[in-house]
Design a protein around this ligand. Structure first.
Ligand code: ZN
Length: 434
C-alpha cells in the first residue's frame, strides 16, 4: 500500500492555513507581476491599483482580469517576469484558435507543477510501484511533460509513450503491465474501443486512468471505465497556469480538488465580472500564488463551472471544481440556445451510441442548422433502413427533449468518423467561414 496523499500536510491543511498561504501568495504574485512586467504594470495602473492596495485575498477583486486577448497581445515576452537566463522551459498551447500562448517556467515553477501532477497520480491510487503510461502528446503540449514529471516525482516507472501507434500502446500495456494510463478522454475511449473489440481486456492490468485536456461527460467516463476495466479520473489544467494538475479528482470522483496552495480560484459572472457566491455557476478565474516566470493574475479561463467548499470524504480540504461543461469557446449558440458538445455526448451515450460523433453547424436562410453525424454500432448497422430511420427519429426526439432545439441526425456506418489520438475535433462550424 502506498500513501493516500502525496503531500498530506498541504492537501489536508486546515482552511485558515490555506487562506494564509493565499493572502501571502497573492501579495507576492502581484508584486512580482507589477515590478517585472510592463504589461501587467500598465494594466494595474489603468485600473488605479498599486501592489500596496493588495494586502490579502480579500483585496483580489481590486485587480484587473487577464484574458486570452491579453496573452496574445503580450506575446511573446510581455508577461514574462524573470530574465530568460533564469527560465528553463517553454510550453505552448496548440494555437488552434489563433496565436499560440507561450508559457515560461523557472526550475521552481517546473517543480511546483510536477508536484501538482504527482498529487493527481496519488489521488488516483498511484504509488511508486505503479507503471504509468503517459499517452498524452509530448513536445510543446503540457499534457505529456506534466504527467511525465509527476510520475517521476512519485517514483513510478514512467513510460513516455506519447500519443498514437495504438497497437504499440496496447502491446506495451500487455508486456510491461501498465497500471495507470494518462491521455485525453477521446484517446482513452478509442483505446477502450480497440481493447474491447479485440477481446484484450483480460490481458491488461490497468487499474486507473487520468484523463484531461478536453471536456468529457459522465457517460463517457462510464463507457471508458467499462471498456478498460478501470476507474477513470479527471484532471484539469491550462498551459497559461502551468498545465495539467491545477485540479484533480480523488476517489470520490465528485469534482476536482484545486491546488489551493498554488492558485486562488474564483467564479465570476462572465458578463459583469462580478464574483459569484459559492455554488453558483459561472466563469472560472485563476490567480497563481508562487509562479516566478509567468505569474497569472485573475486569468479568465472561459471555462464555465461551479466550485464547492463542501467537505470531501477523502480528507483533502482544497476546494473542488465541477467538471467544466466545456470552454465557453466550445459553446455553440444555435438559434439563440447555448449548446455544449458534452451535452450532446450525454444524450448519445444514454441512448446506446458510442462517443464518436461530429457536429456540423451552418446557417441557411438566416437560420442556424445543426446536423449531427453519429456512428452506429455493429448490431444497429445490420438493421433495415426503416429501423435505422426510426432510430434517427428517436434520437432527434431525445436531443430535442434535452437541448430544446431541433437537430438533424444522420446515423453513419461504424468506424466512419475519424478517431482522435489527442483532442477530438467534434465541431465543424460553417458559419465561421462566411
Ligand atoms: Zn476528495
Amino acid at each position: 500500500m502506498g500513501k493516500k496523499y502525496y503531500q498530506e500536510d498541504i492537501e489536508c491543511a486546515p482552511r485558515e492555513e490555506i487562506s494564509k498561504w493565499q493572502s501571502e501568495g497573492l501579495v507576492r504574485s502581484v508584486r512580482n507581476a507589477y515590478e517585472n512586467s510592463e504589461y501587467y504594470r500598465g494594466k494595474m495602473e489603468e485600473r488605479g491599483v498599486k501592489p500596496s492596495d493588495v494586502k490579502g485575498v480579500e483585496d483580489i477583486h481590486k485587480l484587473p482580469f487577464v484574458s486570452k486577448e491579453d496573452l496574445r497581445e503580450a506575446y511573446p515576452y510581455g508577461l514574462l517576469c524573470r530574465p530568460l537566463s533564469e527560465c528553463v522551459r517553454i510550453q505552448s498551447t496548440s494555437g488552434t484558435t489563433g496565436r499560440r500562448v507561450i508559457a515560461f517556467y523557472t526550475q521552481h515553477d517546473i517543480d511546483a507543477w510536477e508536484e501538482c501532477c504527482a498529487r493527481a497520480i496519488v489521488a488516483a491510487g498511484g504509488t511508486r510501484d505503479d507503471v504509468v503510461q503517459v499517452s498524452y502528446g509530448y513536445g510543446l503540449f503540457t499534457g505529456g511533460a506534466g504527467l511525465n514529471g509527476g510520475s517521476h516525482k512519485l517514483g513510478s516507472l514512467t513510460l513516455p509513450m506519447s500519443s498514437g501507434s495504438t497497437e504499440r500502446q496496447i502491446q506495451f500495456m500487455q508486456d510491461l503491465g501498465t497500471t495507470i494510463l494518462c491521455c485525453t478522454p477521446s484517446y482513452a475511449a478509442y483505446l477502450g474501443e480497440t481493447v474491447s473489440e479485440k477481446g484484450l481486456k483480460g490481458t491488461i492490468k490497468l487499474k486507473a486512468g487520468i484523463f484531461g485536456a478536453e471536456a468529457w461527460s459522465e457517460e463517457m467516463r462510464r463507457d471508458i471505465e467499462e471498456k478498460l476495466g478501470i476507474k477513470a479520473y479527471d484532471i484539469y489544467g491550462l498551459t497559461e497556469l502551468e498545465g495539467p494538475g491545477v485540479g484533480y479528482e480523488c476517489e470520490e470522483q465528485r469534482g476536482m480538488h484545486i491546488c489551493e496552495d498554488q492558485f486562488i480560484a474564483e467564479i465570476i459572472d462572465p458578463n459583469t465580472g462580478e464574483t459569484m457566491p459559492d455554488g453558483e455557476k459561472g466563469e472560472l478565474v485563476f490567480t497563481s500564488l508562487n509562479k516566478e516566470a509567468f505569474p497569472m493574475i485573475r486569468y479568465r479561463t472561459r471555462d464555465i463551472c461551479v466550485l464547492s467548499h463542501e467537505k470531501c470524504s477523502c480528507g483533502r480540504t482544497h476546494v473542488r471544481m465541477a467538471k467544466p461543461m466545456g470552454r465557453s469557446d466550445d459553446m455553440l449558440i444555435i438559434k439563440g440556445v447555448n449548446v455544449f458538445p458534452s451535452q450532446i455526448e450525454t444524450v448519445l451515450i444514454n441512448n446506446g451510441y458510442s462517443p464518436n460523433y461530429q457536429l456540423v453547424v451552418d446557417r441557411v436562410n438566416n437560420a442556424d442548422t445543426l446536423d449531427i453525424n453519429v456512428e452506429m454500432n455493429q448490431e444497429m448497422f445490420s438493421d433495415t433502413l426503416s429501423e435505422i430511420s426510426a432510430r434517427e427519429r428517436a434520437l432527434v426526439g431525445a436531443l430535442k427533449g434535452f437541448l430544446g432545439i431541433y437537430a438533424r441526425v444522420h446515423l453513419v456506418s461504424p468506424k466512419s468518423i475519424e478517431r482522435s489520438e489527442g483532442k477530438a475535433k467534434r465541431v465543424i462550424d460553417k458559419r465561421k467561414l462566411y
